[in-house]
Every structure is written in structure tokens, then in C-alpha cells.
Write a protein that binds this ligand. Structure first.
Ligand SMILES: Cc1cc2nc3c(=O)[nH]c(=O)nc-3n(C[C@H](O)[C@H](O)[C@H](O)COP(=O)(O)O)c2cc1C
Length: 246
């Protein structure tokens, strides 16, 4: 392979990576959904994509429960709002409420009934495959987090909106959905199309030089321009503010 071939491959990788970045930069959490239906095959494809994720010792310690039944969605909303009311009224400290303020969220969760699908991600605390040598699982939070991220990215690429919702504690999800005890609720994800009038809060992302360090070194210092990474990347139109930790 010539140097020119290597350069062409590098350029192609850069182009592809840049295209994916541009696609994912347009993903936003959506908290208001239309009732436009989404075919089950689409949800199946998104979950199959999530299932390609890497996992500790390939144990794939996840289960994705796709809920479309109106009564189940209503029960999930009611139970989630009980937990969320406690969060906003007493569980969250002042700092947490301060960090949530820019999002404009509150304890009302109509999207849990409006979205055509709720995908509830469970992590398995033991492997339940019938033909297994052992039932141990490894790095479950990391594994399920990666699979969930791949699900979110796949949904976005498919033109669908999602929200990563964590009404804590989430034990009620296992009860409402009749899940076995070794499945622990990890994330509640409404999936669908955004309502016509939906607006996302005006928040941005940290710039690359604040989240990346090349080789060894201290945490990047915001005031030291010499630590900025040389980058040909276009700036994030969402301006570089940090997001919320919720
Ligand atoms: C682990 C996790 C939990 C979250 N929990 C909630 C939640 O319970 N309710 C909510 O409205 N948003 C929740 N979010 C969404 C974040 O607020 C949102 O991702 C962040 O503000 C950045 O906005 P964006 O997703 O629109 O880019 C959660 C996000 C993550 C990753």
C-alpha cells in the first residue's frame, strides 16, 4: 500500500467520523412526543442494534422490554410521577435543583403515555441463558450503558426521538412489567416522534479541548490556550456550555 493509499484511507475515516458527528450533534432529549405510531419492526431493529454492543465476557447482561400497551404506560407514568414528585419536593438537594433548572423539567411526565413506545432497559445481575457454563456477569453497568447508548444513537439515525429517563428508584418498573428479580431497571426510554411544537432547552456541549487529553497530562485548564488541541473540527453550534448532570 502506498502512502497515497494510506492518506486516502485516513481521509475517508475522517470524513465518515465527521459525518457521524454531524448526525449525532443533532440529537436532543425530547420531553414532548406526538402520538404518531412507530412500527414494532423499527423498535426491534433498534434493539437488535443495541444488542451488538460489546459486554464484559460477552455476557450481554441486558433485556429491553418494549411497552406499547396503553394501560401499562399509564401505570408506569403514575408510578414514575410518584417518585419524581418526591425528587422535586424533598429528595433533590439545592445543587441538584439548580442543575435541573435550565431543563425546565418538573414531576409531570405526560410523555410516558404520549410516546408510542417505552423501551425499558433492564440489567441482568446473573446470566439467564439456558446453555451457559456459569451465570456470572461482569461490568454490567458499563455494558448496559454502552448498549443503551447504541440504542439512542440508532433511534436518532432512524429519525426518532428519545429521552433517557431515570425516575429513581426504578424498582416499580420491574413490578409493573412483571420482570424476574435478577432483572434490575436501568433506564426508561420513551421513543417516538417529537410533538410539533417541541423545543429543547438551550444547552450545549463542552468543547473538545475540555473533554480530551492527548497522552499524559493534567486536566485541561480552561484559561490556558496552549492546551487547546489543534483541530480541524467545526465548532459545535451548541456553543460549548456544559450540560446538566441529571
Ligand atoms: C443517565 C441519564 C439520566 C437522565 N435522566 C433524566 C430524567 O430523569 N429526566 C429528564 O428529563 N432527563 C434526563 N436525562 C437527560 C439529560 O437531562 C440530557 O441528556 C442532558 O440535559 C443533555 O441534553 P440533550 O440530551 O438534549 O443533549 C438523563 C440523561 C442521562 C444520561
Amino acid at each position: 500500500m502506498s502512502i497515497n493509499d494510506d492518506q486516502a484511507i485516513d481521509q475517508s475515516s475522517l470524513d465518515l467520523a465527521g459525518s457521524f458527528l454531524e448526525v449525532l450533534r443533532t440529537r436532543r432529549s425530547v420531553r414532548s412526543f406526538s402520538d404518531r405510531p412507530v412500527p414494532q419492526e423499527v423498535i426491534e431493529t433498534l434493539i437488535a442494534t443495541a444488542g451488538t454492543a460489546p459486554s464484559g465476557a460477552n455476557k450481554q447482561p441486558w433485556r429491553f422490554v418494549a411497552v406499547q400497551d396503553a394501560d401499562l404506560k399509564r401505570r408506569i407514568r403514575e408510578a414514575a410521577e410518584v417518585e419524581e414528585r418526591k425528587l422535586y419536593e424533598s429528595r433533590a438537594n439545592e445543587e441538584w435543583l439548580t442543575d435541573l433548572a435550565p431543563l425546565g423539567t418538573n414531576a409531570d411526565k405526560p410523555f410516558l403515555e404520549d410516546a408510542p413506545w417505552l423501551v425499558v432497559v433492564f440489567k441482568l445481575n446473573r446470566d439467564d441463558e439456558p446453555a451457559r457454563e456459569t451465570d456470572q456477569v461482569y461490568y454490567t453497568n458499563e455494558s448496559v450503558g454502552i448498549a443503551t447508548g447504541m440504542f439512542l444513537a440508532a433511534a436518532h439515525v432512524a429519525g426518532l426521538a428519545t429521552l433517557t429517563h431515570t425516575p429513581s428508584p426504578m424498582k416499580f418498573l420491574g413490578e409493573v412489567l412483571g420482570r424476574p428479580a435478577h432483572e434490575r431497571a436501568f433506564m426508561l426510554i420513551p421513543v417516538g416522534y417529537p410533538a410539533a411544537e417541541t423545543r429543547s432547552p438551550d444547552i450545549g456541549r463542552k468543547p473538545l479541548e475540555r473533554i480530551m487529553v492527548v497522552d499524559a497530562g493534567e486536566a485541561p485548564n480552561a484559561d490556558d490556550p496552549s492546551r487547546s488541541l489543534p483541530s480541524s473540527m467545526p465548532p459545535d453550534p451548541r456553543n460549548g456550555l456544559s450540560g446538566s448532570p441529571d
